[in-house]
Design a binder for this molecule. Structure first.
Ligand code: PLP
Length: 357
């Protein structure tokens, strides 16, 4: 079998070694005589997987002891609601840095629960850059930002020094680089880009927030419920958490975040060079200083050329290159599991296609 080079935005490529390990263990998990997905979530075998995933995430991201790591469901989208539902009210204001469609969704949900205010936005420029956020008001309950903008292909290079707690949607760049977790009070991410398959959502939350939740929130939507139960309040997505543990093992074997960050920068460099050296044949959507190392967005002269680019790439076993409808053009998502060789293959194809057209 020839595997397709996968540039999907999410669900996205998973490391081949991880898929193979899961395949090997699929029918008989460590001598249990059953698949990991048939194990009780209360069993000692599953508990070991659960704890291992948590411990590895803490180790790799250097998460301080005053943070709780939660494995939830509902995707990053549920976090758009769950955070303001628990921590915002009509007497409080949450500030937002608007950098794309996902920030808009987070803002829309927060408006249902309390006051919101936009402190920076690049909407007028089709979200082609990360706006300046040097003036963060000190009276907010939190500032919400999206660390990587999957659709527009922009990424925060540095995070602001904020007088108020920062809440970050890191769905599309968690574990792609080293970050200082202590600069954030809440980090959340759907798994299906850098963490594993869809189904589990990682939430890293400073413990002090667990005592500040609004009262009228259903039990299952309170962070404290899941923290007290070690994310086993109800049946967790056991298979997704097992896959997460394998992805984290893989990342550790690859040298952790320092090594993956270097590899990701090199991958992005290869593709942005292919854009910059094309004499305008390919035009990058993001401004240079805001370019994402995870989602490389670019356009071609017209829809016909874009269509043929995507079709011909498919013939060469490269898929997932269509851009999101709000930006058009193309997007190569190059999450952790995409290799340098995969990016070189795409860059060579971009050159060949340009020369032919
Ligand atoms: C940055 C970002 N936030 C949120 C989401 C929504 O995530 P989910 O589908 O897990 O709810 C996505 C999905 O692509 C995303 O890229």
């Amino acid at each position: 079998m020839i595997r397709t080079t996968n540039f999907n935005a999410g669900p996205a490529a998973l490391p081949l070694e991880v898929l193979q390990k899961a395949q090997n263990e699929f029918l008989d998990f460590k001598g249990a005589g059953m698949s990991v997905m048939e194990l009780s979530h209360r069993s000692k075998e599953y508990d070991a997987v659960h704890q291992h995933a948590k411990a590895l995430l803490k180790e790799l991201m250097e998460i301080p002891d005053d943070y709780e790591i939660l494995f939830l469901q509902g995707g990053a989208s549920l976090q758009f609601s769950m955070i303001p539902m628990n921590f915002l009210s009509k007497e409080k204001t949450a500030y937002f840095a608007m950098t794309g469609a996902w920030s808009e969704k987070a803002l829309a949900e927060a408006k249902l629960f309390g006051n919101t205010s936009i402190i920076a936005s690049s909407e007028a420029d089709t979200y082609n850059h990360i706006p300046d956020v040097s003036n963060i008001p000190a009276d907010g309950v939190y500032l919400h930002l999206t660390s990587n903008n999957t659709i527009f292909g922009t990424q925060w290079r540095e995070f602001p020094d904020s007088p108020i707690p920062v809440v970050a949607d890191m769905s599309s760049d968690i574990l792609s680089r080293k970050i200082d977790v202590s600069k954030f009070d809440i980090i959340y991410a759907g798994a299906q880009k850098n963490l594993g398959p869809s189904g589990v959502t990682v939430v890293i939350i400073k413990k002090e927030w667990l005592t500040k939740e609004n009262e009228q929130v259903p039990k299952i939507l309170k962070y404290s419920t899941h923290a007290k139960a070690n994310s086993l309040y109800n049946t967790p997505p056991t298979f997704a958490i097992y896959m997460l543990s394998l992805v984290l093992e893989w990342l550790k074997e690859k040298g952790g975040l320092d090594a993956i960050e270097k590899r990701n920068s090199e991958k992005a460099r290869i593709l942005y060079s292919a854009i910059d050296e094309s004499n305008g044949f390919y035009r990058g959507h993001a401004k240079s200083d805001s370019r994402s190392n995870m989602n490389v967005t670019f356009t071609l002269k017209n829809d016909e050329l874009t269509k043929s680019f995507i079709e011909q790439a498919k013939e060469e076993k490269m898929s997932g290159l269509g851009g999101h409808r709000s930006v058009g053009g193309c997007r190569a998502s190059i999450y952790n599991a995409v290799s340098i060789e995969d990016c070189e293959k795409l860059a060579a194809f971009m050159k060949k296609f340009r020369e032919a057209h």
